[in-house]
Design a protein around this ligand. Sequence first.
Ligand SMILES: Cc1cc2nc3c(=O)[nH]c(=O)nc-3n(C[C@H](O)[C@H](O)[C@H](O)COP(=O)(O)O)c2cc1C
Length: 151
Amino acid sequence: MIIVYFSQSGTTAQAANELHKLTQAAIYRLEPVKAYPSDFSTLADRAKSEVEQDVHPQLQDQKLDLSGETKIMLGFPTWWHQAPMIIASFFDNYDLKDKEILPFTTSGQSSIKESLPSVKKWAIASGTHVGAALTANATAAITKFVNENDL
Ligand SMILES: Cc1cc2nc3c(=O)[nH]c(=O)nc-3n(C[C@H](O)[C@H](O)[C@H](O)COP(=O)(O)O)c2cc1C
């Protein structure tokens, strides 16, 4: 298993690190070529226009090798009630056929359920299967998920 995640302001990175500590799985952070702005309203505008215009922002080439992996925990912040469009770029850039994606999100309050339609749409297009999903806003929820899914 490998943990692959995007995090703009560090919260999803923290959740990914908790998963890493519990599972010992390898961990990778996705980075956009064009950095997202830290100012909230500029970021919110860009995130929204990427959704509206179906922009798949370019990923930095990180030489991420997923060939030996069957399970990928895929983390991201919830943006506008779905996964950020950089997650679509992840599905574009890697051969994920026959792998299982376990999505997790951090958010103000949104559940992972809000992001599942976007993730499933991109997963289906890449021949990937979406498995169990986690709202990773609390350590207790993360621990429970790892135990219940035998990760
Ligand atoms: C552009 C934008 C849109 C957001 N939309 C939502 C949302 O729809 N629902 C929610 O609960 N939180 C939303 N948030 C809050 C983030 O999901 C939350 O702060 C997240 O933990 C940030 O993760 P990060 O530090 O890994 O980037 C939004 C934040 C931003 C910047």
